[in-house]
Design a protein around this ligand. Structure first.
Ligand SMILES: [Fe+2]
Ligand SMILES: [Fe+2]
Length: 286
C-alpha cells in the first residue's frame, strides 16, 4: 500500500474505527441500556476522539472551516481521482484483510444496486464518504468524522458523550445555550451550521448536480441525533421531515453493508463510469 502523511497522535487507529463504533451502537435489537454499556466500555481511543470533537467544535471553528472548504478551492478532480486520493489515506490497518476506502465505498453502493435502488442513490452511496479526504488536507480526525450536530444552539442530550461538551468554549456564550440559539423556530436544517466534517464538505462539492434527497443523504448522514433519535425537530421544516425517510433508507446501507469480500473494481468500473457521466460533469471542484 502507498503511504502518506498522517497526523501524529490521533486517537483513532483509523477513521473506520468510528464507523465500527457506530455499527456497534446501533446494532439492531440493542436496548438503550445496552447502548449505554457499550458507550461506557468504548475503546479509550473512541472516547478520546469524542472528547476532542466535543471540546473543539465551536461556532467560530465551524464558520472558519466552512469559509476555508466550502469555497471549493482545492482543485478539480474526477470522482475516480477523488477516490484514488482518499485511498492514499493509510492507517495501521492490515492490508491483507482490511478493505481500501474505495472498496468500502463500492460495498455501500453495490448493496444499493443489488436491492434495485435508484441510480442516483447508488451514485450517492459511492461518493458519500469522499469528504474524508479532509484528513489528507491536514484536518484532525475530530474535524472529519464523528456524529454531527448543530452549533450555535443548545446541544441535545441525544448526542453521544454529551458530558464532553462541558469544556467547549461555546458553553460560556449565553446566546448559544438556548434552545434555538442563533436560529429561528423551524428554520430548516439546511440553514443550520452543522459541526464540520466530511458530510458537509461532500454535500457542497455535489450541490450543483444532485437532487435534494441525495444532498440530504450526503449532508446529514452522520446527524444521528436527528435521524436516529428525533432530536432538533424544533429546527426542522416540512422539507426536512419529508427528506428524513431517505436519510434513514441511506443509513441502513451506511451502517450495515460492510463485509469482507473485496469488490472487483476492474469489473465494476464501466458501470460506475456510466453512472458518474449520467449525473456529474467530467471533473468537479473540490
Ligand atoms: Fe460518512
Ligand atoms: Fe459511510
Amino acid at each position: 500500500m502507498s503511504t502518506t502523511a498522517v497526523l501524529p497522535n490521533q486517537p483513532l487507529h483509523d477513521l473506520d474505527e468510528w464507523d465500527d463504533f457506530l455499527e456497534g451502537r446501533y446494532k439492531e435489537g440493542k436496548s438503550q441500556e445496552e447502548f449505554r454499556v457499550y458507550d461506557a466500555t468504548a475503546t479509550p481511543g473512541v472516547a478520546e476522539f469524542y472528547r476532542q470533537n466535543h471540546e473543539n467544535m465551536t461556532v467560530d471553528y465551524v464558520l472558519a472551516k466552512e469559509k476555508e472548504y466550502f469555497s471549493l478551492n482545492k482543485g478539480q478532480k474526477t470522482v475516480w481521482e477523488a477516490a484514488d486520493f482518499l485511498n492514499t489515506l493509510v492507517d495501521d490497518s492490515d492490508p491483507d484483510t482490511d478493505l481500501t476506502q474505495i472498496e468500502h465505498l463500492l460495498q455501500t453502493s453495490e448493496a444499493m444496486r443489488r436491492d434495485g435502488q435508484p441510480r442516483w442513490m447508488i451514485l450517492t452511496g459511492f461518493i458519500h464518504d469522499l469528504g474524508k479526504c479532509l484528513c489528507l488536507y491536514g484536518e484532525p480526525q475530530w474535524g472529519v468524522v464523528g456524529d454531527t450536530f448543530p452549533v450555535g444552539c443548545a446541544w441535545s442530550k441525544d448526542i453521544v458523550f454529551p458530558e464532553y461538551f462541558a469544556k467547549n468554549p461555546d458553553r460560556n456564550v449565553p446566546e448559544y445555550q438556548t434552545k434555538y440559539g442563533i436560529y429561528s423556530p423551524n428554520c430548516g436544517i439546511e440553514n443550520v451550521h452543522m459541526s464540520f466534517g466530511h458530510d458537509g464538505y461532500i454535500a457542497e462539492v455535489m450541490k450543483p448536480y444532485l437532487r435534494d434527497e441525495s444532498l440530504y443523504m450526503l449532508r446529514f448522514h452522520s446527524f444521528y441525533p436527528w435521524h436516529k433519535h428525533g432530536a432538533y425537530d424544533h429546527l426542522c421544516n416540512d422539507k426536512d421531515r419529508s427528506m428524513l425517510e431517505w436519510v434513514l433508507k441511506f443509513n441502513q446501507y451506511d451502517l450495515y453493508s460492510k463485509g469482507h469480500t473485496k469488490p472487483d473494481l476492474a469489473e465494476l468500473k464501466p458501470y460506475y463510469d456510466d453512472l458518474f457521466a449520467e449525473f456529474l460533469p467530467p471533473t468537479l471542484a473540490w
